[in-house]
Ligand binder design. Structure first.
Ligand code: SF4
Ligand code: SF4
Ligand code: SF4
Ligand code: FES
Length: 349
């Protein structure tokens, strides 16, 4: 363990801990744009710079290890001025579109510009717009709103294992691109959307049928993805009682990652034909029923069949679109209550 001081607070952390994590351990929040706990630190944005006594330059806290005896200031006037200047330089190359941007309210760049008092017209924000890349069926890429933090590139390479996108060109021309700059769709991209999830601005945005901003969101509902047995955790974003976006849960076993189905395959949830109530067939016609009525009917009929014909009259067919827990309970009910091993699963198709 090593001891250091951050903003006057004594901190003790394991050797090798970054200054950023050391600060976090005592609830000191240092702003970041390119950092993600799951990725190797890249030091790309420098917004996390802090003052270390005895050092002439500000140090990027995400890439600099804490050392014994360090005295660090994360909110000094010098640090704040440097962050403001960095933001002004980013803003100079950014479209002044917060008024109409769907990311407004959950955009890290916008939040930091507010925190550090960056004026929208301080520099001359970008006027000539690059056309939006809409070639991918599930997300758009707006080159002009990209701040080159590189999180998308690193997520794609380090976590998703695709390396579908990367930095191209040099200097002021640097941008994120797929091979040969033909459009996001013309690459090995599998449309998992994990880059979209981490983008701090509106450079990568999901294509949505609904126009909404963060304050239109009524609630988020944590659930388990219904597409396969992995059981990824996700948050359904609800507006007007409709699912308008899916966010991967960072605190689930999937650690903020999803595949294309979980991330973008949610339109069935809003479909008018989706069954939302149990149906009971009477005289060849379905009518809606309450869950209690439907379950009582099923339980009664199953008991009748069991009493009359015994275990061999039963078979259960489960679904990969249920959770592991649902499938476990079903087989337990069949084996334990109905005493049959007639259990199968559609995954065996
Ligand atoms: S990406 Fe962020 S900073 Fe840029 S226009 Fe949209 S809300 Fe504003
Ligand atoms: S959607 Fe997935 S595969 Fe495609 S670029 Fe983003 S992270 Fe890579
Ligand atoms: S597209 Fe988004 S995540 Fe990727 S480098 Fe640009 S701002 Fe960062
Ligand atoms: S968050 Fe540290 S350099 Fe970007």
């Amino acid at each position: 363990m090593i001891k250091l001081t951050i903003d006057g607070i004594g901190v003790e952390v394991e050797k090798g801990t970054s200054i950023l994590d050391a600060a976090k351990s005592v609830a000191i929040n240092i702003p970041t744009l390119c950092h993600d706990d799951r990725l190797k630190p890249s030091g790309a944005c420098r917004i996390c710079g802090v003052e270390v006594e005895g050092s002439d330059e500000l140090q990027a806290s995400c890439t600099t290890p804490a050392r014994e005896g360090m005295v660090i200031h994360t909110r000094s006037d010098r640090v704040a001025a440097a962050r403001k200047q960095l933001l002004e330089l980013i803003w100079e190359d950014h479209p002044n579109e917060c008024l109409s941007c769907q990311k407004a309210g959950e955009c890290t760049l916008q939040d930091l510009c507010y925190d550090y008092g960056v004026e929208a017209e301080g520099f001359a924000p970008l006027k000539v717009r690059t056309p939006l890349d809409t070639s991918n069926p599930f997300y758009t890429f707006d080159k002009d709103k990209c701040i080159l933090c590189g999180k998308c590139v690193r997520v794609c390479e380090e976590l998703q294992g695709e390396s579908a996108i990367h930095f191209v060109q040099r200097g002021h021309e640097t941008m994120i691109s797929h091979p040969f700059e033909k459009g996001m769709a013309f690459s090995t991209c599998v449309s998992c959307g994990n880059c979209v999830q981490v983008c701090p601005t509106a450079a990568l945005m999901p294509k949505t049928e609904e126009k909404f901003r963060v304050w239109d969101i009524e609630k988020k509902v944590r659930t388990t993805c219904s597409y396969c047995g992995v059981g990824c955790q996700l948050d359904l974003v609800i507006k007007d009682n409709k699912v308008v976006r899916v966010d991967a849960a960072r605190d689930g076993e999937n650690e903020g990652m999803l595949c294309v189905k979980g991330k973008f395959g949610y339109s069935f949830l809003n479909h008018k034909d989706r069954l939302t109530m149990p149906l009971i067939r009477e005289g060849g016609v379905f009518r809606e029923a309450s869950w209690d009525e439907a379950l009582d009917l099923v339980a009664g009929r199953m008991t009748e069949v069991y009493d009359h014909s015994g275990s061999d009259a039963f078979a259960a067919f489960a679904s990969a679109r249920c959770t592991n827990e649902d499938n476990y309970v079903l087989q337990k009910m069949m084996r334990g209550i109905f005493k049959t091993n007639n259990i199968d699963h559609c995954a065996r198709l």
